[in-house]
Design a protein around this ligand. Structure first.
Ligand SMILES: [Zn+2]
Length: 215
């Protein structure tokens, strides 16, 4: 599955969902001793299994919580906390993918409520559960990490209510067992956003403040 991380990175780059150094993917096996995550700053088009950063999961002596330990010389993605929030208590193999999917970001910018829109299209509502949009928050921030987990409906047992959320003026975060599963959630939502944007009916809930501008 580590190979799939690089393969998905190349595909999302080809689709224009990231520029060369953007985007990040993490993977953790069920009760896994390690968190695997893409490197920071590395060109994502040349990620291969040997470039994926392997962080040991250890118990923090201060808090008693499990944390990924970053050793000297390791350079995990700057969005490590967004990934770890979602990986910490997972009971099964889980992959988290964060990219800047063009049509989804455009739809949020145009004020489209992704949840309401998804409900209108069976292509997505049957297979992909879309959560509430994360408001505008600084990239790499702890706030972005925490609110992303909240919008994905993260429970204390590590279960998630949703498969994907948009992050206003930024990107998306999608979760599945494997990298291609998460990719499919993004692809479905991006496709519907593209259709809706092309229809020209950008804001059915006329008069509403774009959801991307609200907290
Ligand atoms: Zn990003």
């Amino acid at each position: 599955m580590l190979t799939a991380i690089g393969d998905v990175m190349r595909r999302v780059y080809e689709r224009g969902w990231i520029t060369t150094r953007d985007g990040n993917i993490s993977m953790r096996k069920r009760d896994g001793k390690y968190l695997y995550i893409t490197p920071s700053g590395w060109r994502k088009t040349i990620v291969h299994p040997e470039h994926v950063v392997r962080l040991e999961v250890v118990t923090d002596p201060g808090t008693g919580c499990l944390v990924p330990k970053v050793r000297d010389g390791q350079q995990p993605s700057g969005e490590l906390w967004m990934h770890w929030n979602l990986q910490q208590n997972t009971k099964r193999t889980r992959t988290v993918v964060h990219v800047h999917a063009t049509h989804i970001v455009a739809a949020m910018y145009a004020g489209i409520d992704l949840q309401a829109m998804s409900a209108e299209f069976p292509e997505i509502s049957r297979y992909t559960r879309v959560g509430r949009t994360v408001p505008v928050l600084p990239a790499l921030s702890r706030d972005l990490a925490d609110v992303t987990a909240e919008c994905l409906g993260l429970g204390k047992d590590g279960a998630l209510e949703f498969d994907i959320v948009g992050q206003a003026n930024h990107g998306v975060c999608a979760v599945a067992m494997d990298p291609w599963g998460a990719y499919e959630h993004i692809e479905r939502l991006d496709h519907i956003c593209e259709i809706v944007l092309k229809s020209g009916v950008v804001s059915r809930s006329s008069g509403q403040v774009p959801s991307s501008g609200k907290s």
